[in-house]
Design a protein. Structure first.
Length: 30
């Protein structure tokens, strides 16, 4: 359970940054 919580916390921190990067790539391409 502790591992899942830690994984979820890091996912929550990393995902917005990754999503922002993906969005920027889409905007730059188009």
């Amino acid at each position: 359970m502790r591992h899942c919580t830690l994984n979820y916390a890091s996912y929550r921190n990393i995902f917005p940054i990754w999503a922002l990067g993906q969005y920027r790539n889409l905007v730059l391409i188009s």
